[in-house]
Structures are given as structure tokens and as C-alpha cells.
Design a protein around this ligand. Structure first.
Ligand SMILES: Nc1nc2c(ncn2[C@@H]2O[C@H](COP(=O)(O)OP(=O)(O)OP(=O)(O)O)[C@@H](O)[C@H]2O)c(=O)[nH]1
Ligand SMILES: [Mg+2]
Length: 236
């Protein structure tokens, strides 16, 4: 609970058996989280079984494959007044939840940014190319849509108030890994106020599925640029 309001966390999970239980426990350890939704996305490992055993998160199965599909499902399932997106792969810290929540008096949406060098842990997958790429795509969005300052287009860790989410949730379309920019564009267009704040970013445990591979990184970046231009030019 935060100021008497319910806090939900959404974890998209595809083959996260190495991390899932620890992530659920870490976010619950804040004492602020009321509900954790693990969206299992056709995992072939023991992710679902471990969530059931652990018993501290609600397990939802999403069969449409993809990071965006899993997050969209989680956004529909969450019942809290504050909905926080994160990843159960060991890269984000549960305690950063308090940073996101502490901005909710002033903003409808609070986006994490992984650009503060002091908060990027050793071995984190945040080399020069990824950092600059995320920054460049974020700036492109900022200038083309005249949004508040943006420095990281690829940070899953973020909070949105449910009332604000409901103003644009049904318009979300992206099921693949370039989901995040569309969320920002649609939120901005719906008049949702937001700010970016620094969060910690750690090294991943387990197998990386998107930006850990060069091909995945380039594909995601190109798809992000394409959707930003499409919204700018065609408006949809
Ligand atoms: N790639 C991918 N990830 C999914 C899918 N469904 C859910 N996820 C989850 O989405 C999150 C993002 O995937 P990651 O592999 O962490 O990709 P990343 O965050 O870009 O890169 P690293 O954290 O450095 O590996 C993880 O929590 C995955 O478990 C899916 O179909 N594909
Ligand atoms: Mg990750």
C-alpha cells in the first residue's frame, strides 16, 4: 500500500526459472507491494511451477508470445491503483519501487531511466552502444512528440496510475519487444503527465532474450524507430 492505495507489480516472464522466486521475494520485501502478477509467456522451464510453489504471486498464462503481449496482459490483469512494470530477471531492484511511488503525488506515470552511471552495476548489460541507442531513440520521441525529457526508451521499470492507464490501455497494439515507446506515445497523447527518474540496473542472471544478443538489439531498435515515425506521420 502507498498512501492507502493498492500497489501492483507486473512481471513478464519467459524462461525465468533462475530468477523468478527471488524477484517476487525482493519486490515483496519492500512491504509496499500488494499484488505481483507473473505473466508466464509459454515458458518451457519451471517458471510457472516455481511461482505456484512460492505462492506469493498471481500466475497468469499468456499464450501470445512476446514481451509486449506479456506486458499488455499484465496491464489488463493488475487491480492496483498503482501499476508497476518490471522484469523478473535480476536486473531491477525491488527497493526502487519506493522511488517510483514517491513521484505519484505529482505525476500520473513515472518512468525509470538506466542512464545514471553510478546506478549501473558492474557487469550490467548497458554498454556504450545500448546506452547511446536507448538515449537516441528516447530523444527522437521527445522531439517528435514534444514530450517531457526522455533519456531511455527501453527501461521496463515504470509506474502508471490505473486511472491514467485506462485512458490509453485499449489502444496498445505492440506484442513484440518494441512495446515501450508506443506506451509512452499513447500516454502522452492521452494527456498523461510523466517524468523519468534514475533507477538501478544490474547484471542479468539466466538467458537474455532481447537486447543481450546483437541481432535482437538491432531488430528492437529498428522496430522502435519505425513505430515512432509511424505514429508521427500517420498518427496511428
Ligand atoms: N524476449 C522475450 N521476453 C519475454 C517474452 N515474454 C516475456 N518476456 C520477459 O520480458 C523481459 C525482457 O526480456 P530480457 O531477456 O530480460 O531482455 P532485455 O531486458 O532486453 O535484456 P537483458 O535483461 O539484458 O537480458 C524478461 O523478464 C523476459 O522474461 C518473450 O516472448 N520474449
Ligand atoms: Mg531484462
Amino acid at each position: 500500500m502507498w498512501n492507502g492505495k493498492k500497489v501492483s507489480v507486473v512481471f513478464p516472464a519467459y524462461n525465468e526459472e533462475e530468477n523468478i522466486v527471488q524477484a517476487v521475494d525482493d519486490f515483496h520485501a519492500t512491504g509496499l507491494v500488494d499484488e505481483i502478477i507473473v505473466v508466464d509467456n509459454n515458458s518451457k522451464d519451471r517458471t510457472a511451477e516455481l511461482v505456484r510453489q512460492n505462492g506469493k504471486a498471481r500466475l497468469v498464462l499468456e499464450t501470445t508470445q512476446g514481451y509486449g503481449a506479456a506486458l499488455r496482459r499484465g496491464l489488463r490483469e493488475a487491480t492496483g491503483d498503482f501499476v508497476i512494470l518490471s522484469e523478473p530477471d535480476g536486473t531491477f531492484l525491488g527497493r526502487d519501487v519506493i522511488k517510483l511511488l514517491s513521484y505519484t503525488d505529482d505525476f500520473d506515470m513515472v518512468l525509470g531511466t538506466r542512464t545514471t552511471k553510478e546506478l549501473i552495476w558492474e557487469q550490467a548489460n548497458m554498454g556504450w552502444a545500448i546506452r547511446v541507442g536507448n538515449w537516441a531513440v528516447a530523444k527522437m520521441m521527445e522531439f517528435l512528440f514534444d514530450t517531457p525529457g526522455l533519456t531511455d526508451c527501453g527501461c521496463t521499470m515504470r509506474l502508471v496510475k490505473r486511472a491514467a492507464l485506462e485512458r490509453f490501455r485499449e489502444r496498445l497494439t505492440v506484442n513484440a519487444s518494441h512495446f515501450l515507446p508506443e506506451m509512452v506515445i499513447l500516454a502522452h497523447r492521452a494527456g498523461v503527465s510523466f517524468i523519468e527518474i534514475p533507477v538501478n540496473y544490474k547484471d542479468r542472471r539466466g538467458v537474455s532474450k532481447i537486447t543481450g544478443r546483437f541481432g535482437g538489439l538491432v531488430k528492437t531498435a529498428l522496430n522502435m524507430i519505425r513505430i515512432i515515425l509511424r505514429y508521427r506521420i500517420l498518427g496511428r
